[in-house]
Design a protein. Structure first.
Length: 300
């Protein structure tokens, strides 16, 4: 399995929703498409699933145009629509038939899928009685029905309460073992729990294609935090003049200090502070949270 998105563009009237966007995805990967509301995630996902056509560029699956390879893809829309009066089993039968599967096949595969998504006991219950997490799991079952090699999910957990969210994240982790996944979210910590790779999108443009480890390594390079008491804040003027100190940001009693080289400079900075009898409350290598990194990337 190989998905290639090549320079796709999509505009709605004069609003460019996705602009010159390219990415590749290989079998076994689980990629998170991350961006704030309005970034273009749903539009991109609809082009990957062949729900809408790009104005420019193309989407290829195993070298073939997506329109000819649609059967290989399972799609979970951002707002799946079910008939509330149908049972889970009826819903899957109905949707399976819509996507061209034979009733004999469905009779065999539906119980297996219901078990996989943890709904085997609810198979004969009406969808109208389902919780958000159950509906979303039914949506995933629907997307898996024809055994696609790639499953594309648009914000599968964003609208769920904590319990539903947990159910669906666990299910996605399980599916991930044997299916390639692309999912979108505007909540970074959700992607962090599931995805190996992140692609960030802002105003329709790709701004990052990276891993968590890489993001952390890059953003935290040469920063430390020192917390001291109020009377020691005057040491800042001394520290600012040190040749290896690049920048100091002061928040209350905390100093976030960027140095030339964390390995060589952390000890001599500490020594300098001690020589000046700074009463240190806390001394640590500064680590941005994923949320901070995300905001730096997306909001700038
Ligand atoms: P996301 O899923 O990241 O929130 P969308 O892909 O839904 O973003 O939307 C990207 C931009 O395109 C938004 O500004 C949105 O208003 C606009 N857009 C999306 N779909 C349509 C449409 N059918 N008609 C007009 N504008 C649209
Ligand atoms: Mg969306």
């Amino acid at each position: 399995m190989k998905l290639e998105i090549k320079h796709v563009k999509k505009a709605f009237k004069d609003k460019i929703a996705v602009n010159d966007f390219s990415m590749e995805l290989n079998a076994g990967e689980c990629v998170g498409l991350i961006g704030p509301n309005g970034a273009g995630k749903s539009t991109l996902i609809k082009m990957i699933s062949d729900m809408i056509n790009p104005d420019e560029g193309e989407v290829l699956l195993n070298g073939k145009k997506i329109t000819q390879a649609k059967r290989e893809i399972g799609y979970l829309p951002q707002y799946p629509n079910f008939y509330h009066w149908m049972t889970a089993r009826e819903t899957l039968t109905f949707m399976g038939q819509l996507s061209g599967l034979k009733i004999e096949e469905l009779t065999k595969s539906i119980p297996v899928i219901l078990t996989k998504v943890g709904l085997s006991d609810a198979g004969n219950s009406k969808v109208g009685t389902f919780s958000g997490g159950m509906k979303q799991r039914l949506g995933i079952a629907q997307a898996l029905l024809h055994k696609p090699s790639l499953i594309v999910m648009d914000e599968p957990v964003s609208a769920l309460d904590p319990i539903g969210r947990r159910e669906v994240i666990n299910l996605i982790r399980d599916i991930k073992l044997d299916t390639t996944i692309v999912l979108s979210t505007h909540i970074l910590s959700d992607a962090e729990e599931i995805c190996d790779r992140f692609i960030m999108i802002r105003n329709g443009i790709k701004i990052e294609d990276t891993t968590i480890a890489e993001l952390f390594a890059r953003s935290n390079k040469n920063k430390l935090s020192i917390e001291c008491t109020a009377k020691d804040l005057k040491w800042i003027d001394v520290a600012k003049k040190l040749p290896y100190v690049k920048e100091i940001e002061v928040t209350g009693h905390r100093l976030d200090i960027e140095v030339e080289n964390i390995q060589t400079d952390k000890n001599r900075l500490l020594e300098n502070a001690l020589v000046h009898e700074v009463d240190i409350v806390k001394f640590e290598i500064h680590t941005d949270t994923l949320e901070e990194i995300f905001l730096q990337l997306v909001v700038k």
